[in-house]
Write a protein that binds this ligand. Sequence first.
Ligand SMILES: [Zn+2]
Length: 510
Amino acid sequence: MFHIQPQQAGAWPPSLQYTFLSRFSAPRGSAVWQRITQAWRQITPCLDAVPPRNAEEIRNVHLWWTSHYIGENFGFPLPRARQLAHRGMHCLDDIYEADSFTLKPWALLQQQFGLVAHERPLVENFHSSIPLPWVDLYQQTETQAVEKDWLGLFPGELCVDPALVFRATDKFSPVLPPGDAVLDLPHETPYFTVGALSRRLVPAVTPVASGSILRGRLRRVRILTAGTSQAKSRQIHHFYLAPLSRLIFDPGRWVWSSGDPLHNYTVPKGRKLLNPRLHLTRTISQKWAGVVEADFTPDWRDVWGSARPRKEAAFAWSLVHRAVAVNHWRHRAIVEVSDLCQCCDLGQPETLEHCFHACAPAMRAWDFVATILHCLAPTPRDAGPWARLSWKQCILNAPLPGTFDALRPLWSLLRGATLWIIWIQRNQLVFHGHRWPTEVLEQTLWDAFLDLARMAWTRIAWCEQNQPSGITKAQDSFNATWLHAGFFFTPTERGPRWNYDRPRTGQYQT
Ligand SMILES: [Zn+2]
């Protein structure tokens, strides 16, 4: 959209107009053209008009392409609406008398657009269905700019670029008379000129000399604001389009359902609009409303960390999205499913917090993991009773106490594997009636942890054979995570000897 401008002020190039107004004016054309119009048709329901805020905006309200006051083309069949638009009947301005809020005489309308007699009530329907606030807004005798209005000073014709453009402020918002005005621009108000080719607003370097007389017609103008696509060096650019009164289609008054202005469109944004599954209807903090802060964002880099097996990463991701089918969740969809936990006798609803933390088998798993953390930290023997890991630490990866800082990469992996195994343990009981004794649970966890360590080790071997440049990184990562004297393995000349003897829960030495 950056380099698109009307050929003459106020008129969009036909190609662009067809794109915007494909509903009634897209000609049959090339395959590419068909695809563009098809995509456009699919995406237009995602657009919504911003209600008009001043008289000019009311007058360029589009007759056919509006979602705000009456749909269905006011009773005109679609092909007829297309035809009339081709004949220049675009917006309210086209059917109104100059500077007044009345319809042009019927004979004139008939002659101008080729309307037929039985269409008269339909046209009158336009006029009578205009909301009252618009009428009030329109009939204000004196037009006064309001703060943030973009204004242009036109010494000549309105189709020629304005001599300068500025934005009304709370201190300076001039009256806009119908004829010429004398503009006394305050010294401190920044103003712009329009780049002849780029259409960009160019900030004026020299302030308006005091006492210099600026004369011309003062009009609201449409400025399109867009950011560059580079996220890093994001810059905002302003582009001059035309005076509002000359627009037959005002792109500044349309927004996508995501809130972005019409012209601030990118292909990824369009994809999201067309496929709602690609964007979250609710943010993570909304999904966990009441238990996390409103600005909570999960550490996705940790969730999808490269050292983590994919199935565990995907599972951790589902947990953060609260999309794991625990009974409480299933019960909401299928009432026959009891929402109670079947793994313990507490008679509690099986929520995520219960299933993956508070429930006795889950708690046993976390106590085992906590043992490993305390052994490695190491926590002094006389440090008193441990604070158990909280559900936020276990499920949402809330930070651990500072004494565990050095164990962060290890904890990330252990946590992912533990969540996964708690889920397997739960399913074994729910679906197969197998209740794991504590030893089985602990041994399964320990085996899973050793598997993770083995994976990290084989990565070094893989690098030696396939990607020598990655050896150092793989080795560093292995050492940082798993190299704890004699805990997971004993180093030997032929590689690690894995320690299959798991630590005992609650027992550790300094
Ligand atoms: Zn339970």
